[in-house]
Design a protein around this ligand. Structure first.
Ligand code: CUA
Length: 417
């Protein structure tokens, strides 16, 4: 293979091969950036930290074994190499039965290495499986359900009104799990279709969501923060874009958020001034390419701040346009799958949109929640998330949404704070 490098030594050629392989696998400097959004090295939760420490134990033991075996191999290769033509065709030396002391020593060393790895592994499995006994009284329970391809989060202890007659049901959100920081969270993991896996790398390792089987994960965020999550089990066409976010808040701020979310969707009356506003001011008419990134760099700088900003009402709302969007929500059959508590929409097979305007992302954490991206999603959901049910519903039910209607729907959704 390397005959084009005749002048290089054997070592030189080996190094060249390694460098070439590194280039082929895209191993540039970014490869060494360990602090990304989904880093398991730069962790911010007690469970992830314990798992990281376990990783290091395994890593160090493996590295020591690698160095010893590598050194012995290099020594033997060098010392017993063929020095002449005669060496290459020499008879093998007489075979012995080994040295019992060395063999027993190697068995002992292997057992010791396994024990060094096994003890913290077993301890880690037990201690990260569930909330520690001492913290059980403080645990906060949430239910996370996987759907192809999004996550539903339910708060069984927070009852929110679902109609004007006083009926209540657990608070539901989609794709953004808001939790109190510093408290142990137990998330009951469920799925309605195939196997998904719940993973917030900076907070805890992955746990599968398995059909007909109750599973749970325990995690705790050290401090308020904004965390990236990802489905970690192949679950169909759009598995790779089945993402979500976790927002950890100060307990007081969290209680406020629960209160805000428990409110029914806001209803705003149109004013005379609104009628004269340009209608298309909310969403651009530009087309997006398939796979075009849906998150701006500005958003990434301080996502928790961006999340806080989303909790406030939009400026310059156009009540007439919002009312039109609300009508379209029925006439375009959006309400068959989506719920908006307080507006009489009670679909259950797609994300609850009661307070969609207060989320930072849409389409399961894939697009930033702004008018451009909302419109992109409504206009052609299949180009954002291939194979999704909304795209299929458009085709099956022959739903066409004009440019004007898209803008009205965007205005309505953005008003749902
Ligand atoms: Cu859900 Cu992969």
């Amino acid at each position: 293979m390397f005959t084009f490098l005749p002048s290089l030594s054997r070592w030189g050629r080996a190094s060249a091969a390694f460098a070439g392989l590194a280039l082929l696998t895209g191993c540039d400097l970014n490869f060494f950036r360990m602090d990304g959004h989904q880093s398991t090295i730069k962790v911010e939760g007690v469970v992830a930290r314990e798992q990281l420490e376990l990783f290091y134990v395994t890593c160090w033991v493996s590295l020591v074994i690698f160095l010893i075996v590598g050194a012995v191999l290099a020594y033997a290769t060098f010392k017993f190499r063929a020095r002449s033509e005669a060496d290459e065709h020499a008879e093998p030396p007489p075979q012995g039965h080994g040295n019992p002391l060395i063999e027993l020593g190697l068995i002992g060393a292997s057992v010791l290495a396994l024990v060094i790895i096994a003890v913290p592994t077993l301890r880690g499995i037990w201690s990260t499986y569930d909330v520690p006994e001492a913290e059980k009284k403080d645990v906060y329970e949430v239910t996370g359900t996987g759907y192809q391809w999004w996550f539903k989060f339910e708060y069984p202890s927070e009852l929110a009104p679902i109609n004007n007659e006083g009926a209540k049901a657990p608070l539901i959100t989609g794709n953004e799990l808001v939790i109190p920081a510093g408290r142990p969270i137990r998330i009951q993991l469920r799925t309605v279709d195939v196997i998904h896996s719940f993973w917030v790398p900076k907070l805890a390792g992955k746990v599968d969501m398995i059909p007909n089987r109750a599973n749970h994960i325990y995690l705790k965020a050290d401090k308020p923060g904004y965390y990236w999550g990802q489905c970690a089990e192949y679950c169909g066409d759009s598995h790779a874009v089945m993402r979500f976010r976790v927002i950890a808040l100060e307990p007081k701020r969290f209680a406020q958020w629960v209160q805000d979310q428990s409110e029914m969707a806001r209803t705003r009356q149109a004013t005379a001034a609104d009628a004269n506003r340009p209608k298309a001011q909310f969403a651009s008419l530009r087309s997006f390419k398939t796979n075009e990134a849906g998150i701006t760099e500005k958003f990434d700088i301080d996502p928790l701040q961006a999340w806080e900003a989303k909790q406030l009402p939009e400026k310059n709302e156009d009540a007439a346009l919002i009312a039109k969007g609300r009508e379209l929500f029925t006439s375009k059959t959006c309400m068959a799958c989506h719920a908006v508590r307080g507006h009489g929409f009670a679909g259950v097979t797609a994300p609850d949109l009661t307070h969609i305007g207060s989320r930072t992302t849409i389409a399961a954490g894939l697009l930033e929640n702004n008018s451009d991206q909302l419109r992109r999603w409504i206009r052609d959901p299949g180009s954002v998330k291939p194979g999704n049910k909304m795209a299929k519903a458009y085709i099956d039910n022959k739903i066409a949404i004009s440019d004007e209607e898209q803008v009205a729907l965007v205005a309505y959704l953005e008003s749902l704070k």
